[in-house]
Write a protein that binds this ligand. Structure first.
Ligand code: PLP
Ligand code: COI
Length: 355
């Protein structure tokens, strides 16, 4: 195993930073100057290199393209008013990446090495982080199989890459979701818990049907009975019913173990708000909406941040959620999380890592 200090740096000749239009910054389409590339060959990770962002080589028989050994992560860096760079819980992404690797028969990157690769890349492109409110640097680590081989078996070689994108919010307005009772995102025993590329590809067709009906996202339900809500396409789902914060439990292996959701739970607990992680049926959700005991509903995710849900589609009905302004808990969460990420408030939870 290589030491994490062995990251070769070949700086880009020129910077694209001056071309960025911060007023109109689309999510995920603007890329910083550098990327990190590290390959796994001969049974070990080779030296990582940070170099100019650009195309990667691809053999037509590249295993990931044909059989889907491909995983990714998403995390963010923020800049404080003092100019410090803070990563939000990168060790949690490192752990989830390792878990996804194992599930997909891919080599594990030691967690410290993963974090060091992220840290070093972000340090080099730190001038791409806008410290104005609402901006952050989205970091996309991913790994895929690169054996040029058409047979089906775990690849022997892999490429790990990290690139970064300056971003604003993923959703620019409150989100409308449709409860999906036919298609399935993840079944027990499958790969729903892992952050596997194929989970997203297979969700696109049902999500497109939802979008044609005016919904941003689907609210997935369990594969077996389609009676329990699970999560949305880009975020976990959280509800406030009768003063209790409720979210579908992670016990089933069909839900992504969200880092934002975990942080919201930790905040709620620190504020003395009861939390329940358990199964949530569609019937319970609909009843709580109709009898007014549901006061808040939002998605939680790195890209999505805390995304208020405005409408929920259920069969032929469109149910209006309570107004966003009155949502005391989620508004407090947004403010506190933003303050911690931007260093305005002491990080009593130890969530941030200074680059
Ligand atoms: N669920 C899905 C399917 C996601 O893609 C994401 C985003 O990463 C989440 C939940 C939220 O996870 P996290 O808060 O770790 O970003
Ligand atoms: C993330 O929040 O990091 C995700 O992976 C969601 C993706 C749609 C951007």
């Amino acid at each position: 195993m290589i030491k994490t200090t062995n990251i070769k740096v070949t700086p880009a000749q020129t910077s694209k930073l001056s071309q960025v239009d911060w007023e109109k910054l689309p999510f995920g389409r603007v890329f910083s100057d550098h990327m990190l590339v590290m390959e796994y060959t001969d049974g070990e990770w080779q030296e990582a290199e940070i170099k100019e962002f650009g195309d990667l080589p691809m053999h037509p028989a590249e295993s990931a393209i044909h059989y889907g050994q491909s995983i990714f992560e998403g995390l963010k860096a923020n800049k404080t008013a003092e100019g410090d760079i803070l990563l939000f819980r990168p060790e949690m992404n490192a752990r989830r990446f390792a878990e996804s690797s194992k599930r997909m028969c891919m080599p594990v990157i030691p967690e410290e090495m993963f974090v060091e690769c992220v840290r070093k890349l972000v340090e080099i492109d730190s001038n791409w982080i806008n410290s104005e409110p609402g901006f952050s640097l989205y970091i996309r680590p991913f790994m895929y199989a690169i054996d040029p081989y058409v047979g089906i078996r775990p690849s022997d070689s892999y490429r790990f890459v990290i690139f970064t994108c300056p971003v604003g919010a993923y959703y620019s307005e409150p989100v409308n979701v449709k409860i999906e009772e036919f298609y399935t995102r993840a079944a027990a025993g499958g790969v729903g818990r892992a952050k596997v590329a194929g989970n997203y590809g297979s969700s696109m067709f049902p999500a497109k049907i939802g979008q044609e009906l005016g919904f941003h996202q689907l609210l997935w339900t369990d594969a077996k009975t389609h009676t329990f809500i699970e999560e949305s396409g880009t975020m976990n789902i959280m509800l406030m019913i009768d003063g209790v914060l409720i979210t579908p439990s992670e016990e089933s292996d069909t839900i992504l173990r969200g880092i934002t959701k975990r942080s919201v739970i930790e905040l709620a607990e620190s504020w003395g708000i009861p939390v329940e992680e358990r199964k949530v049926s569609i019937a319970e959700l609909i009843t709580a909406i109709k009898d007014g005991s549901l006061t808040e509903v939002f998605g939680a995710g790195t890209a999505a941040t805390i995304a208020p849900i405005a409408k929920i589609g259920y069969r032929d009905e469109i149910l209006e959620m309570p107004p966003v302004e009155g949502r005391e808990f989620s508004n407090r969460v947004v403010e506190t999380m933003n303050n911690i990420k931007s260093g305005k408030e002491p990080d009593v939870f130890g969530w941030t890592l200074k680059v």
